[in-house]
Design a protein around this ligand. Structure first.
Ligand SMILES: [Zn+2]
Length: 446
């Protein structure tokens, strides 16, 4: 067993319904075979377990691993395309890059960049929008398995209105999806997600094939996009003869507890009620919404309607893998909404980046907080000595203040170490194999 020592901060109880931040200022977590078996003050745990190895993570903050509920594997090299609304950005930036993943060596290189990017950001669990090509999705699952990430993903399908090399048919979508699910669903930490790109590019026959696949793979997830951009929504309404967007999925049995829809910036009240009834979740992607000028997400309407919400980076429309940045951007946008905004404390931000995502993905019994019985999926934020975040953390009035300062200032460069199931994850693939670095005495930062 290993005893981890540090300032442990997490949100086992939902702050949107009265939960508060849980803090161990000088805490201990006893980990056996990847599971947290005891938690408490370090001194007490040390006294009871004097013989166990100690990993000292004092200084900085020890947080649950981040959970990204919406991120595109083929877009890691398409970030930074600014100044375009959604449909132009897709055509000019995202889709030409996605088409390159037909080349398998290219797809494998992108998979390595992508998984490394998630790990470097402290993301330990992700619902990943896959590629339009089945072998590229294999490459993603294989790389995630190699590094150890908890990934739910699948083949992205479309049968209209995109460039021809990204289109499929309902029959082929079903056949390739089923084969991928047989290869990967439930293997290690991998799970399959049925993934039509969005209703705009998917006709009813294809969405119906997606519904069949979802029913045929027990425990599979469903993910897609919804209500992101005004022109997109109007086009969907036209294509589906006036239907509201959520209904275009729901009529094929795609909306349920295992569903995560990205964005929902412009929902109707009926759609929110339907999402609540079905138990579905929304992946809120605030940097993407701002970068594409999609609109400001009404978190308050979702919370009031009882709809589950977690965070997504939406790389590559989003501006990076860091869920610390997404949480801060979510906070900014709610502030800008004034009286219509949802008040967010550091506990809300941590919840959105960790336990809310675990709940959205049905993994809350395993990950999302650092309580007894959970897997040790964790991130140690430890800034370089003397940098502004280091000064901010050292002068914070307590762990909650330190957490607020971390959301304000931290970047992926401040992610010192990451663990999944108690095992260190390489956070920089150029140096893969050099971990574990955390030792009894914290080593100087590279
Ligand atoms: Zn997206």
């Amino acid at each position: 067993m290993t005893l981890f020592r540090g300032t442990v901060v997490d949100t086992p109880d939902d702050p949107f319904i009265g939960g508060v931040l849980r803090v161990e200022a000088d805490g201990g977590l006893l980990v056996r075979a990847g599971e947290i078996v005891e938690r408490g003050g370090f001194a007490q745990l040390r006294a009871r377990h004097a013989e166990e190895d100690v990993v000292d993570l004092s200084g900085g903050l020890l947080l649950p691993g981040f959970v990204d509920t919406h991120v595109h594997f083929p877009q890691v090299r398409a970030m930074g395309g600014l100044g375009m609304p959604l449909l132009d950005w897709l055509e000019q930036c995202a889709l030409p890059e996605e088409a390159r993943l037909a080349d398998q060596p290219y797809a494998q290189a992108v998979a390595a960049d992508f998984v490394s990017g998630l790990a470097q950001a402290g993301t330990t669990t992700a619902l990943v929008f896959g590629a339009h090509f089945a072998p590229a999705v294999d490459a993603l699952f294989a790389e995630a398995a190699r590094v150890g990430l908890r990934v739910t993903s699948g083949l992205v399908v479309s049968d209209r209105l995109l460039r021809p090399d990204l289109l499929t048919t309902p029959e082929r979508a079903h056949e390739e999806g089923l084969a991928l699910a047989h290869r990967w669903h439930g293997v290690g930490r991998a799970r399959y997600a049925v993934t039509p790109r969005f209703s705009l590019s998917c006709g009813d026959a294809l969405l119906d094939a997606c519904g069949s696949l979802l029913r045929e793979v027990p425990g599979a997830w469903f993910t897609s996009h919804v209500n992101e951009n005004a022109l997109e929504i109007a086009t969907v309404a036209e294509l589906f003869e006036g239907s509201v967007y959520v209904d275009t999925y729901d009529r094929h049995g795609l909306i349920g507890r295992n569903s995560v829809l990205a964005h929902n910036v412009h929902p109707t009240d009926d759609e929110l009620q339907l999402l609540c009834r079905r138990g579905a979740s929304i992946a809120h992607c605030p940097t993407s919404n701002a970068a594409l000028g999609s609109g400001i997400f009404s978190l308050k309407r979702h919370v009031d309607a009882g709809v589950r919400v977690a965070l997504g980076s939406d790389v590559g429309a989003g501006t990076g893998f860091s869920l610390l940045k997404e949480a801060l951007q979510a906070y900014f946008l709610q502030q800008l909404l004034g009286a219509e905004g949802q008040r967010l404390t550091p506990a809300h931000l941590l919840h959105l980046a960790t336990s809310a995502g675990a709940d959205a993905l049905g993994l809350a019994d395993q990950v999302g907080d650092l309580g007894v019985g959970k897997r040790f999926d964790a991130v140690w934020l430890r800034p370089r000595p003397g940098c502004t975040l280091d000064v901010a953390l050292r002068t914070a009035s307590g762990p909650e203040d330190a957490l607020a300062r971390a959301f304000a200032l931290a970047s992926t460069a401040d992610v010192d170490s990451v663990w999944i199931d108690g095992r260190p994850v390489p956070t920089d693939h150029r140096f893969a194999g050099s971990v574990p670095r955390a030792a009894a005495v914290p080593s100087p930062r590279r």
